[in-house]
Design a protein around this ligand. Structure first.
Ligand SMILES: [Zn+2]
Length: 205
């Protein structure tokens, strides 16, 4: 039933790992299936996932089979609960995005300046979720509230989490966040021309 989804999850994980977007055992991916979720296992490198060992969870987030799920399963279930249409979630600790997540005085409504049209088209806006201890119920509640209106969130001092209507869409948005974060850091100290509001509105139509 979900063999092709399993293969896709493994392929996307390997692609992230090989490009340095999921250092060590960081980063986790999930997809919604008919009766629950497929998720990357705990302590696994995204570069060496095995289709048959992916964690399968029921609709309530309970472990059904496969290896035990990522310790960040709470993050995925909080976003899925808030976004019934979400089919996939990508969460990365990609270097430039995490660097931005550690900056002081971020705009809580959109942590990245709108530098390129692709950011507007693939991400839209990226609100900040204030720092909380990973796994804390209060943090999961805040994430759920913000995820209702936004498919992409930046967790302060942690990294981005992105929901999509497909794994490819969520992966593409997560990559766009990483690239936009890299641009922001490259441009630090230089005068920057961001897209005007009218130019952004034209893309959001
Ligand atoms: Zn994380």
């Amino acid at each position: 039933m979900s063999d092709s989804l399993r293969d896709e999850l493994v392929a996307v994980g390997r692609s992230f790992f090989e490009r340095g977007l999921s250092p060590g055992t960081s980063g986790n991916l999930s997809v919604r299936v008919d009766d629950g979720f497929l998720m990357t296992p705990t302590n696994s490198s995204l570069g060496s996932l095995e289709p048959a060992r992916l964690s399968r969870l029921d609709a309530d987030g309970g472990h059904v089979d496969g290896d035990p799920p990522t310790k960040e399963a709470w993050l995925h279930t909080a976003v899925y609960a808030a976004r019934p249409d979400a089919r996939a979630i990508v969460h990365l600790h990609s270097t430039h995005a995490v660097a931005v997540a550690c900056l002081a005085d971020l705009d809580p409504d959109d942590v990245l300046p709108v530098l390129t049209p692709y950011y507007v088209m693939r991400v839209g806006r990226l609100p900040l979720v204030p720092y909380g201890r990973p796994g804390d119920d209060a943090l999961a509640t805040v994430i759920g509230e913000r995820a209702r209106d936004h498919h992409a969130l930046m967790l302060a001092n942690h990294g981005p989490v992105v929901a999509g209507s497909s794994l490819a869409e969520a992966a593409s948005a997560a990559e766009e966040i990483e690239e936009s974060a890299k641009l922001l850091l490259l441009l630090q100290g230089r005068p920057v021309r961001a897209l005007t509001q009218a130019q952004q509105d034209e893309l959001r139509k």
